[in-house]
Design a protein around this ligand. Structure first.
Ligand SMILES: *Cc1c(COP(=O)(O)O)cnc(C)c1O
Length: 428
């Protein structure tokens, strides 16, 4: 008898490309078929066949409070009753913008959009307009959404599928994108030497999440800031994943860097679709209608999304939240390191705050090339074993996992027990 998930996937494949609306959901990188979810509560989610999982994907980052947080649900109910969208100005937009500007001193003005992709593509257009230059610099394995200019050596689903670029991206556009290995200051200096007065923007995930979690080496972001400053290149911190996640003020607070522009998403929508781009007023005041750079959105700043985002940020401002996320996540990652070592499984765990990846390789992972050395077959087995035990890790080696404020010490203990069993099956 097929499961309900199998029945749904068989039908979905006829209706949607690959049966999904976003590629990594299809489980191709880990084998097997995707599971359809029916509900979520706190750290748990339950599939259509009634099986429950401790969730470390959390909608790929947004659900930092866990599923269906009661205060977020209540805020959404109240907002829905007042009308879901007006296409006119509403108070929630002003409030969310204020929260973002308060938390990110580098952001003087902000524009709200509907996704991370929209945020980064709009930030690039603005940087190109402000500098009157066309080239941009990005880092190998960093993913900034699926806009044409940024689908060059991108991580995330693209890394998972092993597509170097995407067909359909015009060569002439891709040629304007310069790529450099992450954490490589020598290659970075060389790129700035070669392209110096031509680079409109340098965009970076300050802590990479989309080739798995890879933190910046000491001095790397500082060097990037210095070079962009010298050359008049707009430095864009893509904090769609790290913003309000690794610290309330994101990577820029943690590493004390002052970027020119910042993109946000994921957590700021509290599980609803929101993105944002912001930065120094001298750039943002070029955006329409203040200036000539066009960008608009029918549902941008809609009251439902604002309500979920605002409530999420309100809860995150309560004392001790990030300290607890940090200590709980380190318990989990320290446990993974200890168990794998005890059982002789080669594992490298990277973590910043409540964001982490367990790479199946004995070597440090500091860039795309070293991430790619991870044993994806071993990860697939590990993933499958955890899933069987009711623990849902990302269905790809090259994605970050997350812990929410709803996860408990008990969840971590149960996860480590499942991981211990999974490692036993992998020992050499
Ligand atoms: C998720 C992500 C994006 C894209 O956001 P979407 O909402 O999926 O379009 C861009 N940049 C980073 C760093 C991300 O993690």
């Amino acid at each position: 008898m097929p499961t309900k998930s199998q029945e749904l996937f068989a039908k979905a494949r006829l209706l949607m490309p690959g049966g999904v609306n976003s590629p990594v959901r299809a489980f191709r990188a880990v084998g097997g078929e995707p599971i359809f979810m029916a509900s979520g509560k706190g750290a748990m989610m339950t599939d259509v066949d009634g099986r429950s999982y401790i969730d470390y994907v959390l909608s790929w980052g947004p659900l930092i409070l866990g599923h269906a947080h009661p205060e977020v649900v209540e805020a959404l109910e109240r907002a829905a009753e007042l009308g879901t969208s007006f296409g006119a100005c509403t108070p929630g937009e002003v409030e969310l913008a204020e929260r973002i500007v308060e938390a990110y001193p580098s952001v003087e003005r902000v524009r709200l959009v509907n996704s991370g992709t929209e945020a980064t593509l709009s930030a690039l257009r603005l940087a190109r307009a402000a500098t009157r230059r066309d080239k941009i610099l990005k880092f190998e394995g960093c993913y900034h959404g699926h806009s044409d200019s940024l689908l060059v050596k991108a991580g995330s689903g693209v890394a998972t599928l092993g597509l170097p670029d995407s067909p359909g991206v015009p060569r002439a556009l891709a040629e304007l994108t310069v790529t450099v290995p992450f954490n490589d200051t020598v290659a970075l200096e060389e790129a700035f030497r070669v392209h110096r007065h031509e680079l409109a923007a340098a965009i970076v995930e300050p802590v990479v999440g989309n080739m798995g979690c890879v933190p910046p080496r000491q001095g790397f972001l500082e060097k990037l800031r210095a070079l962009t400053h010298e050359q008049g290149t707009v430095l864009i911190f893509d904090e769609v994943m790290t913003g309000f996640r690794i610290a309330y003020g994101g990577a820029q607070q943690l590493y004390k860097i002052d970027p020119d522009m910042t993109t946000l998403g994921k957590v700021i929508g509290g599980g609803l679709p929101v993105g944002a781009y912001g930065g120094k007023a001298r750039f943002m005041d070029l955006v329409a209608p203040a200036g000539p750079v066009y960008q608009a959105g029918t549902l941008s700043g809609n009251p439902l999304a604002m309500a979920a985002g605002l409530k999420t940020l309100e809860v995150l401002r309560r004392p001790g939240i990030y300290e607890r996320l940090d200590s709980l996540t380190s318990k989990l990652t320290n446990g993974l390191i200890a168990e794998s070592a005890r059982l002789g499984v080669a594992l490298t765990v990277n973590r910043v705050g409540s964001m982490f990846t367990a790479f199946f390789t004995p070597d440090p992972v500091s860039d795309y090339a070293s991430a790619k050395k991870a044993d994806t077959a071993a990860y697939g087995l590990f993933f499958g074993s955890l899933l069987e035990a009711g623990v849902y890790f990302p269905p790809s080696q090259f994605e970050a996992a997350f812990v929410s404020t709803s996860h408990s010490e008990g969840d971590v203990a149960a996860t480590l027990q499942a991981a211990n069993f999974a490692f036993s099956g992998l020992r050499p």
